[in-house]
Design a protein around this ligand. Sequence first.
Ligand code: FES
Length: 265
Amino acid sequence: MSSTTDRAGRAQIAERTLRTDRWWVPPLVTAVGLGLWVLYATVRAFMQLWYFVPQYNYLTPFYSPCVSTGCVEQAAHFGRFLPDWPILPYASLTLPFLLLFRLTCYYYRKAYYRSFWLSPPACAVAEPHRRYRGESRGLLLGQNLHRYFFYAAVLISLINTYDAFRAFVTADGSFGLGLGNIILLVNVVLLWAYTISCHSCRSIVGGRLNHFSRHPTRYKAWQFVSRLNTKHMQLAWTTLGTLALTDFYIMAVSAGWFSDLRIVG
Ligand code: FES
């Protein structure tokens, strides 16, 4: 190890890091996990196939709301008005906002800055970039829009909730319950947990108040959101998993790879 000191007396270390543990494992796992998920989601979003099970009204969240003229009528609860082009996912109305919501999420920012941009890849490991400007220039200024994407995510979660409940009504109008319903419901509950645990939600619920004592309801809500907020990273990953699982299950039933496990109806 060789070192000198700078003018402020700080050690200038030639080595990139003095860490001897396997610090590169978490960023590598994150990069692989996020990369695979993005690949799966992209393929599915553009597939325009196997997104709906008409007997049970199962609609995958990747195609909700289905607003393309290519959507089957039964799946299009909010109208069909976007052109049916191969380059246009059937849920083009909402997917960009969901993408932006996750892309600007405080947790994902840390995750992809570390794993893809290596800035820095881990604590006490020097980054390969010569200059650090934070999020103060160019496109990165857009990260500040996260709070507005949060509002969009709330609306989209409401639509996902509608889909989950709509799926309890089968094609003949009777009540039905299958494994697909349980998967859709668990997915939507976790999506709400992730959305509400958002840091922006925490400041919206508890911010701009001088005295919590004068706003007991908001204080309670803020406490609830704060507790969820401590699990934001776990919820970020869990919801990626449940979204992919929900989509895969509906794709498999729709394609006829296996049947839905029915409990009622
Ligand atoms: S901070 Fe992650 S969703 Fe808002």
